[in-house]
Design a protein around this ligand. Sequence first.
Ligand code: BES
Ligand code: ZN
Ligand code: ZN
Length: 496
Amino acid sequence: MQITLDTQPFAALEADALVTYIFDESDPMQGRVAELDRLTGGLLSRLVKSGEIAGKSLETTLVHAPQGTKAARLLVVGAGKREQYNAITLRKVAGVALRYLKSRGAHKVVFLVREGAANENVAQAITEAALIADFETDKYKTDKKNDRFIETFTIAGYSDTEKAAGEKGIVTGRIVGDAQNFARDLVNEPSNKLTPKILAQKAEAMAKEAGLAVDILDEKRITDLKMGALLSVAQGSVEPPRMIVLTYAPANNKPGAPVIGLVGKAVTFDTGGISIKPADGMEKMKYDMAGGATMIGVMKALAALKPNVKVICVVPATENMPGGKAQKPGDIQTAMSGKTIEVLNTDAEGRLILADGVHYAKQLGATHLVDAATLTGAIVVALANVNVGVFGSDRSWTDKLLASAKAAGEKMWELPMDDEYREFIKGSFADIQNIGSGKGGGSITGAWFIREFAGDTPWIHLDIAGTAWNDDAKPWLAKGPTGVSLRTLVNLVASL
Ligand code: BES
Ligand code: ZN
Ligand code: ZN
């Protein structure tokens, strides 16, 4: 899909469909919508009067052969109440338009932004939304709908003086949107097509192409470095683990500048191990590597955006299997940091591999940490599939992330990290245990476990178990991997 900007008057643009959006307000005939209404001989005001267009959120109205334009069809998408309008609304509107028109055979789409919206951020948001909406999970289907594709997506409504800003937004949006879809492709792979070894190969290939430094630790180096927590999870599988390390270093790296460590959980399949999961729904556990995929995708974007800060990405990758050599409840393991861990539940494996990932990132020089992980089912109880769970040890670092999330149009919600919860993971027979002894607070105790290994280094944990997988197709998003938190992290690094 080609995404471009065209500053010609929108009435002059040829297209299979011209799209714009309309608000639910007492007089919706404002600005560009009023202009379009005049061009089409009062078509829009008639549709509003008849009740066909109300401007309700994501309502779609398609009209054929609108007069006064060179478009074969006109699609009007509802944007809801103007007071509630924000960057997330615009992204959904653009995504809905793309998927709606793609499924109806359109190839050339013109998206008209409303008056006052022609800036860089809007062009970036629309570009990202279009790319994310265009993503399909039909890789393994032999009967692909090859005739259904959007060839050109043209953003209109920008003047000649606004053009440079809009085009800058498109360039950034293309980099970020492609990176997010790259991460989603990884998450979409089933575990037989994506073992830890294959994930490492794919990360390495991306890194080489993008110009990132790469170091893949195999089981021998993992053993030599005494990454006992990662090894404890991996020992139940015949597939060997990998520790994937990607590094982005800016051209003028100042000594003493912050170094960001991005650590992502990559369990390419989580059976639960000996504490085995129920069969129902277990197939979804192929997405238990979404945190790792996100971080690898972030690195792909950063390599192209070239921010001024060094970033080290550490992705521990393994299967969690109940093989004959698998660890058993009660086993005591020694993490790379030297801390001893009593493994009370082998299904709480994400925090184990992150323990070594976080420690290694610090050893490599990270001064500020973020981890992303499909860590707990409990986060679905707390936040459903709406918000990413955010946990932090440092107010100003966490505030930066929350601000980046807002700018990226990603919903994130912070949960508390009181010391009382830390008590839940105090070990009886080792330093700490991998599940809480208290009742409830499952996501927080998981976060505290990881924090034990971050120590005094400012750290944030993102629990994406509820948000990394979209169970039902949405009008703006295919069923399956979402790539959530990638845009927030790209923004966070870019903002430093
Ligand atoms: N990968 C799971 C968490 C998960 C659950 C992700 C549902 C996506 C959807 C994780 O490894 C796990 O099994 N966590 C346990 C922790 C428990 C044993 C303390 C859980 O949430 O049940
Ligand atoms: Zn698990
Ligand atoms: Zn898991």
